[in-house]
Design a protein around this ligand. Structure first.
Ligand SMILES: Nc1ncnc2c1ncn2[C@@H]1O[C@H](COP(=O)(O)OP(=O)(O)O)[C@@H](O)[C@H]1O
Ligand SMILES: CC(=O)N[C@@H](CCC(=O)OP(=O)(O)O)C(=O)O
Length: 276
């Protein structure tokens, strides 16, 4: 078996690929070695697709501009004024910072948002009367992502969406990443965040990482409050995408040395969310 022998194949052929969501909680803390690893994977022919967040940076920019911002069940209440800041932060500074870091490690990346080429089309979420211009994904144009990959670049996608009338939507980054993974028929989605996985409290009161969880366990942990806040959209998105062609979602801490290869080679690291 080669070093990458444990990689899974996607249904489109034998390409080795994965979709990765990089959370705003961890972007600035990601070490150079993370981007070096990404470049090595790219050199080895592994196709990576990145969807990123940037919630904390959006909140900072809103505060700086004196624009009030609140959340309902983890979704930012989004007016047109808030959306301007969401777009400038995600599609502008954060997206380009990630592209520059990949390029700084010698990798190749192209940044775009879901608005470009109508990559992500969206419609208002069910509770849009409460949260405003927040969208759910109606379609991802997988051929655009595949085209960028075929050129030898890592697509770096900011989670905005657009509808047929040209209206923009703010999309939770975990939700957008799950949709991209599903439409790309990626065998795996890797969720890179600031905790080492889904934590549970042991009988002695200490916190430990659950190596794997099922959909039923997730529902129970949300009900009991053990999974809360920003972890909820992650697990909900994971549950949605493992109903389709994505066979597992792995939640990991991006600061773990060699994290990407370790996940891709099947090492037990972080939390794996699997069917069943
Ligand atoms: N059971 C849990 N295990 C680990 N983290 C949890 C859990 N429930 C809630 N969280 C919270 O979820 C956070 C990660 O979500 P979030 O801050 O939105 O990250 P990101 O910016 O990467 O999307 C953790 O820092 C932690 O505070
Ligand atoms: C609708 C909604 O809440 N959108 C998010 C988009 C960014 C995001 O999801 O970033 P993280 O992954 O860092 O949380 C927001 O405005 O904060």
């Amino acid at each position: 078996m080669t070093q990458n022998g444990a990689f899974k194949e996607n249904s489109a052929g034998n390409e080795r690929m994965f979709v990765m969501k990089c959370g705003g909680s961890t972007l600035t803390a990601l070490p150079d070695s993370f981007f070096d690893e990404l470049r090595h994977l790219q050199e080895d022919g592994v196709k990576a697709v990145i969807v990123h967040g940037g919630g904390p940076a959006i909140s900072d920019n809103l505060a700086r501009l004196g624009i009030a911002s609140s959340f309902v069940n983890g979704l930012r209440v989004t007016t047109e004024e808030v959306l301007d800041v969401v777009e400038m932060t995600l599609s502008g500074s954060i997206n380009k910072a990630i592209v520059r870091r990949i390029q700084g490690s010698g990798g190749r990346a192209i940044g775009l948002s879901g608005v470009d080429g109508n990559l992500i089309t969206a419609a208002p979420v069910a509770n849009s009367n409460e949260v405003g211009l927040v969208g759910y994904v109606t379609e991802v144009k997988a051929e655009i992502v595949a085209g960028i990959l075929a050129l030898g670049y890592i697509p770096v996608i900011a989670p905005l969406g657009v509808d047929a009338a040209g209206q923009r939507y703010n999309i939770n980054a975990d939700t957008a990443a799950g949709a991209v993974a599903s439409y790309m028929q990626s065998p795996q989605m890797i969720v890179v965040t600031d905790v080492p996985g889904i934590l549970t409290t042991a009988e002695d009161g200490s916190k430990k990482v659950l190596p794997s969880v099922t959909v039923a366990q997730i529902d129970q942990m949300i009900d009991s409050g053990e999974i809360y806040g920003g972890m909820i959209p992650k697990v909900r998105s994971a549950v949605d995408c493992i109903q389709g062609s994505v066979s597992e979602v792995v939640i990991v801490d991006g600061k773990e040395p060699g994290v990407l290869r370790r996940v891709l080679s099947g090492e037990i690291i972080g939390t794996r969310i699997v069917r069943g």
